[in-house]
Write a protein that binds this ligand. Sequence first.
Ligand SMILES: [Ca+2]
Ligand SMILES: [Ca+2]
Length: 161
Amino acid sequence: MISAFRAFILLVPVLTQVEFVRACEDGWSLNPATGMCYMDAVENKLSWVEAVRACERMNAQLAVLDNEEDNSFVKDLAMLMTAGRENVWIGAQNMDQQSITDFVWLGGAMVGPFTDWAEGEPNNLYNGTEHCLQLFWADDYEWNDQGCFKTECFVCQKPDQ
Ligand SMILES: [Ca+2]
Ligand SMILES: [Ca+2]
C-alpha cells in the first residue's frame, strides 16, 4: 500500500514531463530524500544473522540507518509494519566487543556520529550478551542493543531502480 501510493505520487509529474523516475519494486517503499528502498511488510521473525541472510536472498541488505533521513523514515515504516508492537532488526552489531558502545554497520563503517539510542542504551544487558542493533518499539523505535539470537522482525534495504 505504502509503496504503491508513494510511486503514484512520484509518477504524477513525470507523466507530463519526461524526467528520471525513482521507484522501488512492489513491496518496497522509497525514501525520496535518499533514494533508498525499504521492504514495507513483515513476513517472519528471525535471529539477527538469519535476518542478514534473508535480506541478501532478496538482493538487499539489513537496513543501514547511518543518517537522520533514513533513520526517521524507517522508524515510521517500522511502526506501521509492526502496528507499533514489535522490535525490528537493523544492520549493525558489536559481536567483537570492542566496547559496549562501539557498533559496526554492515559494510564495515563504525556507527556514528549519527546515533538514535533509546535512553540508557546501549546497555549490553544479560551478562553482556546484547550485540545486535534493533529499533525498540517500547521506546518509539529508538535504538537498542539486543541479544542476536532473539527472533525479531527486520527491515531490508536496496537502492532505487
Ligand atoms: Ca554488546
Ligand atoms: Ca539493550
